[in-house]
Write a protein that binds this ligand. Sequence first.
Ligand code: HEM
Length: 165
Amino acid sequence: MPDMTAAADWLAATGPSIQLQATTWSVPLTQTVHILAIAALLTCIAMLNARLAGLIGRDEILADAVYRFGRPLPWALAVLFASGVILVLAEPHREFENQLFWIKMALVAASAVLTFIGFRWVAGRRFDDLSRAERGRLIVFAAVSTFLWLAIAVCGRWIAYVDVL
Ligand code: HEM
């Protein structure tokens, strides 16, 4: 594991980090933006995966659901990334020296790739028109995707409760 303390020391000494450290409202405001983007992302993921698993909207064309609930996802992820970077800049030691932060980042990368691969799978058909094998694949995909995004949220909140390395 590279020396995260040295990396955090370097980042904490940069102009933007010093500015953010001196501004008392920057972290709470950024956390609020982060939490609103989490709400948007998890709502889209829930609406989408419930359809992919055939729980709701079984008569809808799956690709339409992906178009409707998938479109806001890259925007929500972009806001999460930007607000996340600001939170890292404001408190580099708190994040860089925390294993949960790195586990979360790995999960975010894996979940984003899985989600966009999953979208490609979804044909222009309705859930009820799919074969048993196709339905089974989509149900497993929806379950794994939901678990991963929720695990990220848990890691994100848990960072505050785990002692640094
Ligand atoms: C895309 C890249 C992301 C980055 C760089 C990032 C970074 C961060 C950072 C630095 C924190 C502050 C942790 C602390 O010091 O307590 C945080 C908090 C949090 N993050 Fe993220 N995050 C990202 C994406 C996500 C996603 C996708 C989710 C959920 C699906 C998420 C959920 C959370 C939660 C629940 C918190 C705690 C918020 C609070 O209670 O203040 N994050 N994130």
